[in-house]
Design a protein around this ligand. Structure first.
Ligand code: 1HE
Length: 257
């Protein structure tokens, strides 16, 4: 589980997972991708949410291009499937993951960010998919996840023209749900993780696992899946306690935004 380019820290019930390869702009080597996979596989049961961020001036420069050797088609496919398996653990792991973005969020770095559940970007963030100009293709699930954030037309444009989105345009396009001043993405991500960690774990799990699947289902199946999850969630002891807390005046009301 230990890898020199990945630092894992537990702060109460939040796991902070940091790419620590700043000198190489947190480029994702095969070893680092496998370490990420293992990190999400082995989170302690006490963890309720995770924050992922990157050391140095950039969140992540994507695939480690120095490792791109001569691969045949089968090896290339398996390499991509390895990324899929690792980022699947991020998206469909045990707890919600909040990405704290800054600087470059490019190529595989954007694929990693798009596997997270919430993205907080600071004002220095920029997004790009240089694969188009490097003669390669996305291979870390980007063609599935990124259009869900920004639409297929914007992704096509990015890959065809090398277009780079700055932090503000990126937030408007749908890359990030939060845009914060430079240098504050981690603090905001941690604050959100602490808020997320207060929810019933079953609700968080249901949200992460059910919502993206329901989005893929025909409406009739989606309604049915929703009813199953609704039934399971409301039958949990935690739901009963929380509802009683509200009805008896012990729980916070929703505040006007
Ligand atoms: C790297 C990588 C990398 C930096 N692989 N070594 N990704 C890309 O095409 C993006 C390539 N990187 C860049 O465009 C720039 O490095 C950045 C905009 C991210 C940052 O620029 P800068 O000026 O801050 O840093 P730098 O001087 O370019 O890089 C510092 C060092 O990191 C340098 O090594 P050094 O030994 O000369 O110090 C760089 O070579 C190294 N470095 N990025 C390897 N990506 C599952 S498929 C996914 C497909 C993709 O992700 S393709 C997109 C790859």
């Amino acid at each position: 589980m230990n890898h020199p380019d990945l630092h894992i820290e537990l702060r109460d019930n939040i796991a902070i997972i940091r790419l620590t390869r700043g000198a190489k702009r947190n480029a994702l080597s095969d070893g680092l991708i496998l370490a990420l996979r293992d990190a999400f596989d082995n989170l302690p049961d006490t963890v309720r949410a995770a924050v992922i961020d990157g050391e140095g001036p950039h969140f992540c420069a994507g695939l480690d291009l120095s490792e791109l050797q001569e691969r045949d088609a089968g090896q290339g496919m398996r390499h991509s499937r390895m990324w899929h398996a690792a980022l699947e653990r991020v998206q469909y792991g045990p707890v919600p993951v909040i990405a704290a973005l800054h600087g470059a969020v490019v190529g595989g770095g954007l694929e990693l960010a798009s596997a997270c559940h919430i993205r907080v970007a600071d004002a220095s963030t920029f997004y790009a998919l240089p694969e188009g100009s490097r003669g390669i293709f996305v291979g870390g699930g980007g063609s599935v996840r990124i259009p869900k954030l920004i639409g297929a037309a914007r992704m096509t444009d990015m890959m065809l023209t090398g277009r780079v989105y700055n932090a503000e345009d990126g937030e408007r396009a749908g890359f990030a749900q939060y845009l914060v001043p430079e240098g504050t993405a981690f603090d905001k991500a941690l604050e959100l993780a602490q808020r997320v960690a207060e929810n019933a774990p079953l609700t968080n799990y249901a949200l992460m696992h059910a919502l993206p699947r329901i989005a893929e289902q025909p409406a009739d199946h989606g309604f049915f899946t929703e009813s199953l999850i609704a039934g399971i969630a409301q039958a949990s002891p935690e739901a009963k306690t929380r509802l009683a807390d509200f009805l008896e005046g012990r729980a916070a009301k929703v505040q006007k935004a």
